[in-house]
Design a protein around this ligand. Sequence first.
Ligand code: C5P
Length: 260
Amino acid sequence: MPVVNFRKTDFLPAQEQGSALQKKLIITVDGPAASGKGTLAKKLADRLGYAYLDTGALYRAVAMATLEIGGDPGYMQDVAPALDIICRNLTPELLSNPSLRTPEVSQAASKVAAHPQVRQALLQYQRDFAHKPPGLVGGAVLDGRDIGTVVCPDADIKFFITASVEERAKRRYAELCDARTDMTFETVLDDLKTRDQRDATRAVAPTLAAEDAYILDTTGLNPAETLEEAISIIRARFLSETNDNGGAQPANGKPTATAV
Ligand code: C5P
């Protein structure tokens, strides 16, 4: 599935037909790099027939454009022209460009994402996507760092995905191995730690679990198990009669599984 899913679909898999999961929800999936949030968000969107937006791709696009014009992603005056170009050309094709996924662009994305002007310029696009998803689908799944806290504080259900840094580095290393043989596991681990630290400590919209987010630790879970965990939480949250999540609670510890 591409990073922006504009599928026109009004069906749900047989197991979800007739269920409250046909409600059109805004679902947010935040977390640090390589935590599994993108995989979960894509699978959720696929399962529910929702639109999907990888918000990291927006920052990556600005970062890549900055690098392409020879700018320094750490300086807003260098980023500004790239930001302007990207904001006028936000297309699914642009956001699905595989060149956005290189380690250089990852680091640069984390630097451009620390500029308040960049975050402000990309905010409305993300909110519009969440509230009026494209492609005649009702609901939307967005993944990122600040979706539950800043972009969609009013989302219907929020997840914050974590995993140990070693586990995340292992996953990222495996992804990169095919494309790049010159990176060692240690380099990947260091890159992740640097990016996590920058993303979590920046002044504006740092990586943060919303108070009402469900925290899922995916260390030792495969993508299918993570999906089932998330689906059972959504069911429990929105289907009182099949409230089967065994007490899953959001980050603030207050049970919020309410019937609809
Ligand atoms: O999610 P991904 O790793 O592709 O994101 C790349 C970078 O974009 C992150 O390291 C982070 O700095 C930034 N980002 C952000 N807010 C988001 C999504 C991504 O600051 N909602």
